[in-house]
Design a protein around this ligand. Structure first.
Ligand code: ATP
Length: 307
């Protein structure tokens, strides 16, 4: 997806905020989307991510969400937003930018390519945990998709791109068609927790059966799109078999929120761990290890947050 400005910030260039004079040294481009470009930058010895956008309204609404989240103390969400300002682009025009925590990690698809899909149960669980913090704080993520989930060491998960985050009860602000409940005639395009769980279910399908999902979007007329069509892919997939019931429930809006989905996923992990079938799909092989890693990761993050 292309951003509406063509220029790049060069490696080694210094960005100086127009109003607050914050100075950041550009290291490299991290990613690009419809709303802007994200760069890895350095201030002193700390790395940050800088997002610069062409559209002040889009960037400002992301900043508003991040600021509201930051004000809600003790919501389990780590601080994310550090600075907000304008910069002068190489074309001499002003562009809004903000500085956020740099998330060291790979997108979901790259992570599984590198580390193997046996990490899928743990990463899925951690992602549901992240969504659950957001839901408890009164927000729905909205634009959940593979590109917006970064995975770090030990399957630690971070959500990036808060452009779709919407207060519960409002209309979803930004979404991507194949993950959208409305696109599949599965319910309204409004911000309730079930919306994110629907997208999570599609994300599972997209990770394991991307070709089939793409084919479905080409074949079906808009009025024929349905959760049942998605479920058929799941039923015919060996890799998705162990979570077919979970996905069915998520697509049908059967989980109250991500916490509910998290608990069901955890039980599923445990059950699969103790009653593993003989023809084990690839990602199930890591379940025993995943349970142990989950424990180690929890202790690690607990200690990290305490220090
Ligand atoms: N805090 C961060 N740390 C590390 N990488 C990041 C961070 N934020 C974004 N990225 C990278 O930059 C990419 C683009 O960022 P982002 O999704 O925010 O842009 P966007 O213009 O809103 O995209 P979209 O078109 O999906 O809405 C992400 O997919 C991710 O790879």
């Amino acid at each position: 997806m292309a951003t509406s400005f063509k220029w790049e910030l060069r490696r080694g260039a210094t960005v100086t905020g127009k109003w607050k004079q914050g100075r950041y040294r550009v290291e490299k481009l991290l990613g690009e989307g419809a709303n802007g470009k994200v760069y890895l930058v350095q201030q002193g010895r700390t790395w940050y991510a800088l997002k610069v956008g062409a559209d002040a309204v889009d960037i400002q609404s992301e900043i508003n969400v991040l600021q509201s989240i930051a004000k809600q103390k003790r919501n389990g969400l780590e601080p994310f937003l550090y600075d907000v300002d304008d910069l002068y682009g190489p074309d001499g025009k002003e562009y809004p930018f903000y500085i956020m925590r740099y998330v060291r990690g790979l997108t979901l698809a790259d992570y599984f390519k590198k580390q193997g899909t046996e990490w899928f149960p743990l990463v899925g669980l951690n992602l549901l945990g992240k969504l659950s913090h957001l839901h408890e704080a009164g927000w729905v993520f909205g634009d959940l998709k593979i590109e917006n989930v970064l995975v770090g060491d030990y399957g630690h998960v971070e959500l990036v791109d808060f452009g779709g985050v919407t207060a519960k009860g409002k209309s979803i602000r930004q979404f991507t068609e194949i993950y959208d409940r409305g696109y599949w005639n599965g319910g309204p395009r409004s911000a309730d927790e079930r919306y994110d769980l629907f997208s999570f279910a599609v994300l599972c399908i997209q990770l394991h059966e991307p070709k089939q999902l793409h084919q479905l979007t080409l074949e079906l007329l808009p009025q024929n799109r349905s959760a049942d069509e998605l479920q058929q892919i799941v039923e015919s997939s060996q890799a998705l078999k162990p979570i077919a019931g979970w996905i069915r429930k998520a697509l049908a809006g059967g989980f109250m929120n991500a916490k509910d989905g998290y608990e069901a996923w955890r039980v599923l992990m445990h059950r699969r761990d103790t009653h593993r079938p003989s023809s084990t799909p690839g990602w199930l092989k890591g379940l025993a290890a995943a349970s142990a890693i989950l424990l180690v990761t929890s202790v690690y993050w607990l200690l990290r947050n305490m220090l």
